[in-house]
Design a binder for this molecule. Structure first.
Ligand code: ATP
Length: 352
């Protein structure tokens, strides 16, 4: 279990691309932190600098209170799992998984016991004598996870390790990674662009965009209290409904969407002027007395829930509705919402 601290970490590539623009982050020993953001936001570059595979252009990396910024990867005691399994083709699955223990000089009977235990957890015992070329992509990725998680380094660094798996296997592997990490208490940084994966795994999520950290917090705090419009839209599936408009203070605050005569309730804020009101689909509801009128544009049936896309005068809203709600495109509806659950963002896009 080791603490990781990064201070003003930066990476500018020789072609001038500023991939990481000065990140600060402190990760507690044993914590599971997910770097979440869209493609190109700098997640992998951050992880590779922590692993020692990329040289920072500036800043400092401390692992277990030691400055490791300029140490070689082998001197950092990190366990790295890539999206693409880098298995040794001439070794069997068993030998691949045992490799880190063999390299560390662990006696063979202990290696055998450890490989069997990990293979059991990954449900790949029957594949242990196969070579990588005889395995499916999903099986190769399981072997690669087994090889990474058979030992307990100071920190696990995982770069989209489940990216190539089908959805059933993804869920199994998520469960394996989280249970193994909790058992071994190894500090873990996990990179993904999949916000559902981030929410389900993380103690803390670090949301990134364009080389910068947008917000750091528990999954619930990032979801409930996004720090800015980027996080509000990126986290959540579907994302938060965002309504551009203006806050008016006539005794109590109200919100008037642009391009609309509707005046809708607003959470208690003391400012006035241009702003964006954000509301999650689950806090909007169909209500014949609701202040917003619109027409159904599309209905997405998801099994346990239906998402209704409703065109109103100032844009489109997504409402989480009962799956039994039988509405068709073109149907007129009224929508109400829970004002205390709405979030207000100022003209610069930051949460008030
Ligand atoms: P993805 O999920 O697609 O891997 P990411 O968030 O991990 O994206 P990075 O791979 O860290 O993003 O890339 C960040 C930025 O740096 C991108 O604009 C990318 O094109 C650029 N980049 C990455 N590696 C290099 C390189 N070796 N030379 C120049 N630019 C690079």
């Amino acid at each position: 279990m080791s603490r990781l601290r990064i201070e003003n970490l930066q990476k500018t590539f020789p072609d001038g691309t500023r991939a990481v623009k000065g990140s600060n982050l402190c990760i507690d020993a044993g914590e599971f932190v997910v770097l979440l953001g869209p493609s190109g936001c700098g997640k992998t570059t951050t992880l590779r600098m922590i692993a020692g595979l990329e040289t920072p252009s500036g800043g400092r990396i401390e692992l277990a209170d030691q400055d490791v910024t300029h140490l070689r990867p082998a001197q950092r005691d990190v366990g790295f799992v890539f999206q693409f399994y880098a298995l040794y083709p001439h070794l069997s699955a068993r030998e691949n998984i045992a490799f880190p223990l063999r390299a560390a000089g662990v006696p063979s009977h202990q290696r055998e016991a450890a490989v069997n235990r990990v293979a059991d957890r990954l449900a790949i015992k029957h594949l242990l004598e196969s070579r990588p070329s005889q395995l499916s992509g999903g099986d190769q990725q399981r072997v690669s996870l087994g090889r990474a998680m058979i030992r307990t380094p100071s920190i696990y660094l995982m770069d989209e390790p489940l990216g190539t798996l089908d959805s059933g296997l993804r869920l199994d592997m998520r469960e394996f990674i989280r249970s193994q990490q909790l058992e071994l208490k190894v500090t873990t940084i996990y990179v993904t662009h999949d916000q559902e994966e981030a929410m389900s795994l993380a103690d803390r999520i670090v949301v990134m965009d364009q080389g910068a950290i947008m917000q750091t917090g528990s999954p619930a705090s990032v979801y409930d209290h996004p720090a800015n419009l980027f996080v509000a839209q990126f986290v959540g599936s579907p994302g938060m409904n965002l309504i551009a408009g203006c806050i008016q203070q006539n005794g109590r605050p109200s919100f008037r969407p642009h391009r609309s005569d509707a005046c809708i309730p607003c959470p208690a804020v003391t400012t006035a002027g241009d702003a964006t009101l954000g509301i999650r689909p689950e806090f909007l509801r169909l209500d014949p007395q609701g202040p917003l009128s619109g027409k159904v544009a599309m209905s997405e049936y998801m099994g346990s829930v239906t998402f209704l896309h409703i065109d109103v005068s100032f844009g489109r809203l997504v409402v989480r509705a009962d799956p039994n709600e039988m509405l068709r495109p073109g149907d007129s509806v009224r929508v109400n919402y829970s004002a205390p659950h709405a979030r207000i963002f100022d003209a610069a896009g930051d949460a008030l």
